[in-house]
Write a protein of this length. Structure first.
Length: 324
């Protein structure tokens, strides 16, 4: 009898649950597209600025849609100097590797997508060049909208030492460690990039493993908790989004590998830049996590979204072999 009633209760419960099912469709309110600015400047180099429209979360993402996000014919000025628009569909293929190195955009993307970059005019390629200690005012006009920002290039503060160390029980994979002394002046901030410069085996073009510098997640921080101290830290290998390379899609992902030669690009940046980059990386790191706290990415652009960063880099080259 008890078994009979148990089965009956379970059946009734199931009927009630299934009969209460209802498809819920959430209608998201429309959101106006915003102007997004991504700009950088470094010592001895001209400014590079991308101007685009923001993209809706459910908007299509194909080549045509991607190309439509770039804003053509914007009026972009740095320290009052009018920048000139250059689009990849009008550049010879021989210049694309140089543009890739300067902007950090993957070379493969430059060949298939029409990126438009604003930089010094061709008639005066040295109109604005980055200088340590220099301040750079950015103004972007799109129709009747005006966006502004300001950045400066801080003094470089080089690393004291870098070395390679294998990770846990792996025999050839590891991290690059560094020792750094932060000056006793609160407000310093930093960002880490690295690239492998040894040739990729089997590449018919004999190219290096990394064409650009890549920043790992957590690459930017300030000295709020380390002001005036000497400290050690380590980073794994950053990788480009949607990379097809085997080492970015197997157990080697995120690790450096013994035998590679790596150039570390260690940059001093402003605190504001570090806050913006950190908020951006936090969003990337929590994508798809329903328990993560929602937060907006901090913008450096008044009147829009984006970044305008002055980088002050120093470089170290290290062949990857375990420390003795």
């Amino acid at each position: 009898m008890k078994n009979y009633f148990s089965i009956l209760i379970a059946a009734c419960t199931g009927i009630l649950l299934f009969s209460c099912e209802k498809d819920i469709i959430v209608e998201l309110p429309p959101v106006d597209a915003q102007i997004v600015v991504e700009g950088t400047i470094e010592p001895g180099r001209p400014p590079f600025i991308l101007v685009s429209w923001s993209q809706g979360f459910f908007d299509p993402l194909d080549i045509d849609a991607f190309n439509s996000y770039f804003i053509r014919d914007a009026e972009v000025r740095v320290n009052g100097v009018l920048m000139e628009e250059a689009c990849t569909d009008a550049l010879p293929d021989s210049l694309l590797p140089i543009l890739s190195e300067q902007t950090g955009i993957a070379l493969e993307n430059l060949f298939v997508l029409n990126f438009c970059v604003y930089s010094n005019p061709g008639s005066n390629p040295f109109a604005v060049l980055g200088e340590v200690g220099g301040t750079y005012n950015l103004e972007v006009k799109v129709g009747d909208k005006v966006l502004t920002s300001r950045t400066h290039i801080p003094q470089p503060i080089p690393l004291e030492e870098i070395w390679y160390q294998t990770w846990a029980n792996t025999d050839s994979l590891g991290l690059i460690w560094a020792r750094h002394t932060d000056p006793d002046t609160l407000g310093n901030a930093y960002r880490w990039f690295a690239k492998r410069i040894n040739r990729r085996p089997g590449d018919p073009l004999n190219r290096p493993k990394d064409l650009n510098f890549h920043a790992p997640i957590g690459s930017a921080f300030d000295d709020q908790f380390i002001n005036g101290t000497t400290f050690e830290f380590a980073y794994g290998r950053g990788r480009p989004a949607n990379s097809p390379q085997p080492e970015d899609n197997n157990a080697e992902a995120g690790f450096f590998k013994e035998g590679d030669t790596v150039v570390v690009k260690w940059c001093t940046i402003t605190q504001q830049a570090a806050r913006t980059l950190r908020s951006f990386e936090q969003q990337i790191g929590t994508t798809g996590n329903p328990f993560a706290s929602p937060a907006n990415v901090v913008s450096m652009i008044d009147g829009g979204l984006g970044v305008w960063i002055g980088y002050s880099p120093t470089f170290d080259t290290i062949p990857l072999y375990p420390a003795e």
